[in-house]
Design a protein around this ligand. Structure first.
Ligand code: SF4
Length: 375
């Protein structure tokens, strides 16, 4: 039995029951694929279910306000993805009469949809033979064919490995890339299930650490397994050096309300709300006393307020694109006459908000924790 048949049989018996697999509606496949970029299925599921309950159609998403869209996305990170979903829904309403386009090039031209997502929507929603290569697929194919640098490679691919012989006869040496290789494996009319089967195998069996080769349905086709070299594939990526950042955030209140800002569009996490925050140091050790001193100066310079002491409320760690940030949260003690004078940067929308209303504002996950702390 060929690799493809083994894999398809395995998928039909072992796939996880996921909501976007019930009807394969393009809108659901699209939203799930965007949510699943750099997020585990278990984390994305409650977000997906809540999203579909509130925004069940492209039309409802297009009509929704951006603040609500970002609120539904709160905690998933990469907020430009939520904004792109929103913009693209509006465009689909205008240009495609609310129907998700099924033409691959039309899908690829949509904002926020790259080669991977276009392939996922075309194959999973519309069952078209378009390739998908995510981290899971790349890992599986790299091991099955013993390919160290899967982006562009030259290798001898054995006929027995189940390759659709578009590129090679027998075990001829071929030069190709991982996308073309994946596409050449898709059995006719089976793109929807085959692409998902490869991804599912990577997620459940051929995992990064401790692959379960003993129960793998395609181990007899797997060259790395036969050669006892699974641990060597794929070659590890060079990691970027981590930048350590120290930052402080300020909780300042007036008449029971707290000052929050909206980050301008075009900035990282644009459109999200946060308590006033400043970066204080990069890759440098800094004591709590120094952090307080720097923050006090910034509060005076940036907000025009004299503080009479900062109370350390807590510390939050967060990661974003090779940055590891330690955020110190302070409660500002201020002289009452200064509170009315608080000023904020012109390009930043500011608001004084009561505890109960925090839930209406989309915060980044670190600032959502501060809001929770206060609420
Ligand atoms: S045999 Fe092992 S390494 Fe090969 S595809 Fe299966 S799980 Fe992955």
């Amino acid at each position: 039995m060929r690799l493809q048949h083994k894999l398809l049989n395995w998928f039909h018996k072992n796939q996880r029951p996921l909501p976007w697999r019930e009807h394969y509606r393009p809108y659901e496949v699209w939203v799930s694929e965007i949510m699943l970029q750099q997020t585990q299925v278990e984390t994305a599921l409650p977000y997906f279910n809540r999203w579909m309950k509130i925004l069940p159609t492209i039309e409802s998403l297009a009509r929704c306000g951006e603040k609500k869209v970002l609120k539904l996305w709160e905690g998933l990170g990469y907020y430009s993805r939520a904004r792109n979903l929103h913009k693209t829904a509006k465009l689909i309403m205008e240009k495609h009469g609310g129907e998700f386009p099924n033409d691959y090039d039309a899908i690829l031209s949509l904002k926020g949809i790259g080669r991977y997502t276009a392939g996922a929507i075309a194959s999973i929603a519309f069952n078209q033979g378009k390739p998908i290569v995510d981290g899971n697929v790349l890992r599986v194919l790299s091991r099955v064919y013993m390919i160290k640098t899967p982006e562009q490679f030259s290798a001898s691919l054995p006929r027995s490995a189940g390759l659709n012989l578009r590129y090679a006869r027998g075990s001829a040496r071929i030069r190709t890339n991982i996308w073309d290789l994946e596409e050449s494996l898709i059995p006719k009319g089976q793109a929807r299930f085959f692409n998902q089967a490869l991804m599912e195998l990577g997620a459940l069996v051929c995992t990064k650490d401790n692959p379960r080769c003993g129960i793998c349905p395609i181990r007899r086709f797997c060259v790395a397994f036969k050669n006892n070299k699974v641990a060597n594939y794929p070659a590890p990526k060079k990691r970027k050096k981590i930048v350590k950042v120290t930052a402080s955030a300020l909780v300042i209140s007036k008449d029971g309300k707290f000052l929050i800002h909206r980050r301008p569009e075009g900035q990282i996490m644009g459109g999200l709300w946060e308590f006033p925050e400043w970066k204080l140091a990069r890759n440098q050790k800094i004591s709590l006393a120094e952090i307080k001193e720097k923050t006090t100066k910034l509060v005076k310079n940036k907000l025009g307020v004299e503080t009479i002491g900062l109370k350390h409320l807590g510390t939050i760690k967060r990661n974003y694109t090779h940055h590891l940030e330690t955020l110190y949260v302070f409660l500002a003690g201020t002289i009452d006459r200064h509170k009315s004078k608080v000023r904020t940067a012109e390009s930043w929308l500011s608001s004084w908000v009561g505890r109960k209303d925090f839930r209406r504002y989309p915060f980044s996950s670190a600032h959502a924790k501060i809001a929770k702390l206060l609420a």
